[in-house]
Ligand binder design. Structure first.
Ligand SMILES: NC(=O)C1=CN([C@@H]2O[C@H](COP(=O)(O)OP(=O)(O)OC[C@H]3O[C@@H](n4cnc5c(N)ncnc54)[C@H](OP(=O)(O)O)[C@@H]3O)[C@@H](O)[C@H]2O)C=CC1
Ligand SMILES: CC(=O)C(=O)O
Ligand SMILES: [Mg+2]
Length: 601
């Protein structure tokens, strides 16, 4: 396209290609503006190339002091920047130094979000620089993951209303009923590949945070880009606001969401149906919709309902299952035996608990060729009412029923550990401090090397800390947790614990779906992702007691997961991107967004 470049004031567009201004004889009246009568409405639109001050304010293209002399000349930046030119590397060094100065983790979070922000009214040189944000995250993943993700993102959601100066993502509330397609069209990007959506009802283990749950889709998608290489412009965070049952928020004058109790039943499902329909209509069949942090009474139903018509993935049920299965399989190297040899006990029988239990049973069934009804029998779950047993079957939610095995009622976790004698203990309750000294001691008296996975997030909800797991098991536990813990020294030895978090899975999993053009998610893809992850645990990791590879290798891990997920999609006939690339790992790597600066002409 020919551009008509002219120096502009801040806020003006450089290139005005509206039909009227570019008419040089007979341009099509695409938007019907020429034919519109005076009382008809027309759309004001511009197509702009950023330059000058607007370029510095554009997070996608801003490079701050890294703009070269040539770029400063060509893009009307002279005088808008001080004379020095620095590299992206130096910018990174300065930024990480600044971030480390903050003592309060939430301040670090805010600094990161300022950098990532897509819209702003203020700016300094380093602010609002998307590539620098992702570069920083990719290069310092172990240090910054706990900031942009769990645990700090949890606190950010709790305080969302007071810390946010600008909107992130797309808010779809009951007020938008009947207009959701139009709302989607308001989003500035048109080619979307991954949507992460929440309704805020179960944010980590922090409960109903209503509209303030937006921090979660934003954080998950930052990981999609940094860890999985999905382009930021192809990612869309969405919060569906149907109200909140959180009284504190309802009474908070600064609450940003709808001030009403949650809509349920038909009103809820109609809004969600309109949303799901509009997404497919606007972005097509191949957009991935990741459900995140919905309460279980909606999560299972939405997944079942839309699993056959849309490309949907529930991270809490499926992503968590895949990451935990990988950890358990890897842990077998340390604790011995096959999957079928182990007995599992879960505290928490919701999305995470039953999702993991089912995938372990499925994998065991494939390995042993026994029916899944059989392999489920070595997996037990405890919920808020005690051990799930057959006498409770009539009153159980449907997702718990497969786990109601024959047994006398057992009220507490401690009792359950004593009678079930698990070799693996999984915490998926959302309630902190529930793996008590007595529980871990009982488990350790049964097992030489107990495997303990405290999955609940954020750190405050972790079933136990790393220190407690090692101390109370006298250094024998193999331990991993949903939110990270620093290495622990116990009796002169340093213990490293891994992070059992779906963040290992969803970025690569989603990338695999995108690059193969998959149209549906299949359980075998979850197994493929799990296997790919478990395979990447090295001897060196095992020696440290780790059952996951370090996050510093996550881009390679994601490429491998993506390749195996894509391979499975092709094998199952669910891939539409043809022909299938020969080397899927190489192909996945070649598709991944890298946040180094681009040169501007
Ligand atoms: N590490 C990771 O990657 C992930 C971690 N999680 C974490 O897992 C936790 C649970 O999530 P999710 O499964 O979606 O939540 P759900 O609400 O679906 O399930 C919670 C389960 O815990 C049970 N429970 C609650 N309190 C107690 C208690 N005091 N004693 C025993 N059981 C209890 C509930 O019992 P009842 O059914 O009787 O109410 C329910 O079965 C959250 O903290 C979340 O952050 C989730 C996904 C991924
Ligand atoms: C990690 C995650 O998805 C959760 O805690 O909900
Ligand atoms: Mg979640």
């Amino acid at each position: 396209m020919e551009s008509i470049l002219k120096p502009l004031r801040d806020g003006e567009s450089v290139l005005d290609l509206s039909p009227r201004s570019t008419v040089s004889g007979g341009v099509e009246d695409v938007y019907g503006e020429d034919h519109a009568t005076e009382d008809q409405l027309v759309t004001p639109w511009t197509f702009s190339v950023a330059s000058g001050y607007s370029l510095l304010r554009d997070p996608q293209y801003n490079k701050g002091l890294a703009f070269t002399e040539k770029e400063r000349d060509a893009h009307y930046l002279r005088g808008l920047l001080p004379p020095t030119i620095i590299s992206q590397k130096l910018q990174e060094k300065q930024l990480i130094h600044n971030i480390r100065q903050y003592q309060v983790p939430l301040q670090k979070y805010i600094a990161m979000m300022e950098l990532q922000a897509r819209f702003s009214i203020h700016h300094i040189f380093h602010e609002m620089n998307e590539r620098l944000f992702y570069k920083l995250l990719v290069d310092n993943v172990e240090e910054l993951l706990p900031i942009v993700y769990t645990p700090v993102v949890g606190e950010a959601c709790q305080k969302y209303g007071s810390i946010f100066k600008r909107p992130q993502g797309l808010f779809i509330s009951l007020k938008e009923k009947g207009k959701i397609l139009e709302v989607l069209k308001n989003w500035p990007e048109k080619s979307i590949q991954v949507i992460v959506v929440t309704d805020g009802e179960r944010i980590l283990g922090l409960g109903d945070l209503g509209c303030q749950g937006m921090g979660i889709p934003v954080g998950k998608l930052a990981l999609y880009t940094a860890l999985g290489g999905v382009r930021p412009s192809a990612c869309l965070p969405i919060t569906i606001d149907v109200g909140t049952n959180n009284e504190k928020l309802l009474n908070d004058e600064f609450y940003i969401g709808l001030r009403q109790k949650r809509a349920t039943g038909q009103e809820y499902s109609e809004l969600l149906h309109e949303f799901m329909t509009a997404v497919k209509q606007n972005y097509g069949e191949k957009v991935l919709i990741q459900f995140e942090d919905f309460a279980n009474h909606n999560a299972f139903e939405l997944l079942a309902k839309y699993g056959t018509t849309h490309l949907v993935f529930n991270d809490d049920i499926q992503g968590t299952a895949s990451v935990v299965l990988a950890g358990v399989v890897a842990a077998l190297k340390l604790i011995g035996g096959t999957l079928a040899d182990h007995t599992f006990l879960f505290l928490g029988a919701g999305e995470a608990g039953t999702g993991i239990a089912e995938l372990i049973a499925l994998e065991t069934s494939k390995q042993t060729k026994k029916p899944i009804e059989e392999t489920r029998k070595k997996i037990w779950l405890v919920d808020s009412k005690g051990l799930i047993v057959s006498s409770r079957k009539h009153s159980l939610q449907h997702f718990k029923k497969p786990w109601a095995h024959e047994h006398e009622p057992v009220d507490t976790l401690l009792e359950a550990v004593k009678v079930i004698k698990p070799t693996v203990l999984v915490g998926s309750s959302g309630v902190g401090k529930t793996f008590t000294k007595e529980v871990i001691e009982a488990l350790s008296s049964i097992n030489e090397k107990p495997l303990i996975l405290a999955l609940s997030n954020p750190t405050s909800q972790s079933e136990c800390t790393a220190e407690e797991a090692y101390q109370w098991s006298e250094g024998r536990a193999i331990f991993a947790s949903g939110s990270p813990f620093d290495p622990i020294e116990y009796k002169g030895k340093v213990y490293y614990s891994g992070q059992a978090n779906n963040a290992y899975i969803f970025p690569g999993f989603g990338l695999g779906l995108v690059i193969s053009g998959a149209i549906r998610v299949h359980d075998d893809m979850l197994l493929a992702a799990s296997e790919a992850l478990a395979k990447l645990v090295t001897e060196e990791n095992y020696e440290k007691g780790l059952i996951y590879p370090p996050f510093s290798d996550i881009r390679t891990i994601s490429a491998n997961i993506a390749a195996d997920v894509a391979a499975k999609a092709y094998e199952l006939g669910l891939a539409t991107r043809l022909p299938r690339p020969q080397n899927l790992v190489k192909y996945a790597e070649s598709c991944m967004y890298t946040p180094v600066y681009r040169n501007y002409r």
